[in-house]
Design a protein around this ligand. Structure first.
Ligand code: ADP
Ligand code: MG
Length: 560
């Protein structure tokens, strides 16, 4: 047996690449810093936007951290974690995506010198976790509740929160206009959790100010057949029938195989087909509905038939639109026209087909359940409207969060400075190394006000010194960066408010990500994944066709 033992133990396949130890950790930290640098300049009301275009020629202009991180298509395994936390922040709270990336990268950056000096990462991680727990507790303490206010007051407070979110966006110039629209929309849907009850429809053309809110459902006119023009386009308190069946002649023909022995029988078959469809249409008409919508096609015969009876119809309505009409009008979608009782019909105060820009829109307003709202967005370029939609999404999420958790904190870096001060004070009471680490964590929090200043072209050192002094003296716990003057100001008084949950979630996620990256000291790349990557890289190079690129490809190029 002994003779079979090999002197050398082969653990991994030949060609496996491992990088480990301090060097690997530092390289991960550097990668994260590089990623954060890509979104750094987008933070805050004076932040810049990024234009990202991919090889397919799609261009996106965005200020949203999560969107940019997604488009960047990061391949570095360590840095990918930052893209993940941005995404999770986006789905959890909807705003603060740039913040979370910046914080995570800054926590790592502050940890770097310690790692270089040989501090064991676990000591850092432990202190970071303690600091984060303390910070979160402090935020909960400092948060101001908006509970118990009247609806009018609440609306005003919420629109301040929405305005703060929107102020960093492309549509920031019209933030009051959109903020009140968003608040109305969110309040309209009430306590319902389904975000898709708020629809956003984009219609290029016009100006931002032409955007409007429908308290109900609106969707673009669907494809329609001849006869449509003769249908009435406006109804008061109509009954609404929603269907999930085809109202077309051809559908009968294709469902059966028919053998005829006598040519005369053919006519009877044709008649039968017509009878079936007329029977269906008759039943729709008899139901008393004035508006008939179907998810499937409504053919020309049906369109003309309905027009003769002064009924409006639309086929091929998108499923989500149909669902929203159902939710708003109280109708139930039918899969047969037999036995249509009154209860399955919906109703609304006004139905109208209206021209919006170049498009015709079907608009249902004054719906009984009131639980839907649609924002029709107008504006110039496509990219602009797309970004406006993303910004409204952020604002909608923020208002919903604020409504639910009903606590807010001062923005503009005020809360970050206050927490930073609190942690520094605490650090002084600790003996031992963790004093340094908690101090590092506290310093990292200052990245938010610093970046806000940098992006606005202010002297960051100067403003930060003023802020530190103000917070340390205890007179101005709500002081943050004043984006208008380049000095400092009370963020609460200026109505720069953010829901507390944005900060809580950001600090939590950023700390977790930083700790995760600090706890990794080895990356193993197995030969298989390497060659897959290598080939992908090689074909990408070939696609660009540049011999000039050769030799720069590094590892991936060896195989060519
Ligand atoms: P994120 O993707 O993290 O939400 P934003 O670009 O939306 O990034 O910037 C948010 C930051 O900008 C927050 O820290 C917020 O407090 C700050 N901010 C927003 N409006 C103002 C303002 N009017 N004055 C100062 N700071 C502001
Ligand atoms: Mg934001």
């Amino acid at each position: 047996m002994a003779s079979m033992l090999q002197p050398q133990i082969i653990l991994l396949k030949e060609g496996t690449d491992t990088a480990q130890g301090k060097g690997q950790l530092i390289s991960n930290i550097n990668a994260c810093t590089a990623v954060a640098d890509a979104v750094r300049t987008t933070l805050g009301p004076r932040g810049m936007d990024k234009l990202v275009h991919d090889e397919k020629g799609n261009t996106t202009i965005s200020n949203d951290g999560a969107t940019i991180m997604n488009l960047l298509d990061i391949v570095h395994p360590g840095a990918k974690i930052l893209a993940d936390i941005a995404r999770s922040q986006d789905s959890e709270v909807g705003d603060g995506t740039t913040t979370v990336v910046l914080l995570a990268a800054e926590f790592l950056k502050e940890a770097k010198p310690f790692v270089e000096d040989g501090v064991h990462p676990h000591n850092l991680i432990r202190s970071y976790r303690t600091a984060s727990t303390m910070a979160l507790k402090k935020i909960e303490e400092l948060a101001v509740s908006i509970e118990g206010k009247s609806l009018e007051e609440k609306k005003q407070l919420l629109s301040k929160c929405a305005a703060t979110t929107l102020s960093s966006k492309l549509i920031g110039g019209e933030k009051e206009f959109f903020a009140s629209m968003v608040v109305d929309a969110v309040i309209a849907i009430g306590n319902d959790d389904r975000l898709n009850l708020i629809g956003i429809k984009k219609v290029p053309g016009g100006t931002m100010r032409d955007s409007f809110l429908v308290k109900g459902v609106a969707f673009k006119k669907t494809f329609s057949y001849a006869g449509f023009e003769q249908q009435p386009k406006k109804f008061l308190s109509p009954k609404i029938l929603l269907l999930n069946i085809e109202l077309e002649l051809k559908s009968e023909k294709e469902n059966a195989e028919i053998r005829l022995s006598d040519p005369l029988q053919y006519q009877s078959i044709v008649d039968a087909e017509w009878n079936i469809i007329y029977d269906k249409l008759d039943k729709c008409v008899k139901s008393g509905a004035k508006i008939v919508l179907s998810r499937l096609a409504i053919g020309d015969l049906a369109t003309q038939y309905f027009a003769d009876k002064d009924i409006f119809c639309a086929g091929r309505v998108a499923e989500e639109d149909l669902k929203r009409v159902a939710a708003a009008t109280g109708a139930a979608v039918q899969t047969t026209v037999n036995n249509i009782i009154d209860e399955v019909l919906g109703s609304c105060e006004v139905f109208e087909e209206r021209q919006v820009g170049n498009e015709r829109f079907n608009i249902f307003s004054g719906c009984p359940s009131g639980q839907t709202a649609t924002i029709v967005l107008r504006g110039g370029a496509d990219q602009f409207i797309e970004e406006a939609e993303r910004s409204l999404h952020d604002a909608i999420m923020i208002v919903r969060r604020a409504l639910k958790n009903s606590t807010v904190v001062p923005g503009g870096g005020a809360i970050d400075m206050e927490i930073s001060k609190y942690l520094r004070q605490h650090a002084r009471t600790i003996a031992g190394k963790s004093q340094l680490f908690i101090n590092a964590y506290a310093k990292a929090l200052e990245v938010i006000p610093r970046q806000l200043c940098d992006n606005a072209g202010f002297d960051a050192t100067d403003v930060l010194n003023k802020l530190r002094q103000k917070h340390a003296s205890g007179e101005g716990p709500n002081y943050g960066v004043d984006i208008n003057t380049g000095g400092i100001a009370d963020s609460f008084a200026n109505f720069v408010w953010e829901p507390a949950v944005v900060k809580i979630n950001a600090i939590n996620a950023a700390t977790e990500a930083a700790c995760l990256i600090l706890s990794v000291d080895e990356t193993v790349k197995n030969p298989k994944s390497e060659s897959a990557q290598g080939e992908a890289a090689a074909s990408a190079m070939a696609g660009r066709g540049g011999p000039a690129m050769r030799g720069r490809g590094g590892r991936g190029m060896r195989r060519r």
